[in-house]
Design a protein. Structure first.
Length: 297
């Protein structure tokens, strides 16, 4: 009898091999977060001993955690993978997007334009992401093979049925797919798999001391890219990340989890959702869905 993790792994590997078979220029969207790391690990296992057949595409906001970039570069070197970086700063400099201002300014939403430009520039016809259906209500509307039109936009009412693990990757010129091979995984599944496979992670996921400040009930990193209000006092706390993104919207969790075993136990006991610490999801009730319709991850 297979364990549930073996079942999930087998399904994900099957999906990744389907992507390689059906598309001409697929890529992995790599954020440096645990989910994209697991997807990359699964792709490595799916095609071993051959070289990873997908380039890693990282959309750099310019406001990434230093630890994330160091981990990304070390992983690319270890796997011998191709790395393609799309720069939000370049999009700002060329007038493709306008940078937000004010205390709540973030570059997170600006990634959409940079991502679509990168997809167009490199002619990717499938972009593999690490989204899961349990993350957020808009994610639950996704198919595993999620169609995007020739503007890179997502229509949740125009998705294809996926019966008996039959995936339809047919598309017209200019269209592409986002593919989510760990759609059926939960956050706990991801952590248990990381523990089982002994997957190395950025140090941000483990408890560490960091200068932080509180805003709207969340702890945020006290970095230069975040403009603080006079009343927002910087203190040092023991924190860790549950999800990693742009510094300006990544909430930090007070934690004592110094090992993978500690993290699994902590996740089992928590009653706060994984993305409950993401400031970008709190801009409106439909923040994630609105961004996804425009071409977000």
């Amino acid at each position: 009898m297979k364990t549930h993790l073996q079942e999930l792994e087998a399904e994900s590997i099957y999906i990744l091999r389907e992507v390689a078979a059906q598309f001409q220029r697929p890529a992995i969207l790599f954020s440096g977060g645990k989910d994209s790391i697991v997807v990359t690990h699964l792709a490595y296992k799916a095609f071993y001993p051959a070289r990873l057949p997908f380039p890693l595409v990282h959309i750099d906001t310019g406001h990434n955690f230093r630890e994330t970039l160091e981990y990304r570069d070390a992983l690319v070197q270890r796997l011998g993978a191709e790395l393609i970086v799309g720069s939000v700063q370049e999009s700002i400099d060329t007038g493709r997007v306008k940078e937000e201002t004010g205390f709540n300014a973030s570059r997170n939403a600006l990634q959409t334009t940079t991502l679509l430009d990168t997809i167009e520039r490199h002619k990717f016809d499938a972009c593999i992401g690490g989204a899961r259906r349990d993350e957020e209500k808009a994610r639950a509307k996704e198919r595993i093979f999620s169609h995007r039109d020739d503007f890179g936009q997502w229509n949740p009412k125009n998705q294809r049925p996926e019966l008996w693990n039959i995936f339809n990757g047919r598309k017209n010129m200019g269209e592409h797919f986002r593919v989510f091979p760990i759609s059926n995984w939960t956050e706990m599944d991801v952590w248990q798999y990381i523990l089982q496979e002994k997957i190395e992670l950025p140090s941000l996921y483990y408890t560490h001391k960091r200068k932080v400040f509180q805003r709207d009930g969340q702890w945020l990193a006290a970095e230069d890219c975040i403009r603080r209000r006079p009343e927002e006092v910087v203190v040092e706390k023991e924190v860790r990340c549950r999800t990693i993104g742009d510094i300006t919207c990544t909430g930090l969790t007070l934690s004592k989890a110094h090992s993978l075993e500690d993290i699994v136990a902590e996740i089992a006991a928590t009653r706060v959702t994984e993305r409950g610490g993401r400031a970008d999801d709190k801009r409106s009730e439909t923040a994630m869905e609105d961004r996804k319709k425009q071409g977000y991850f």
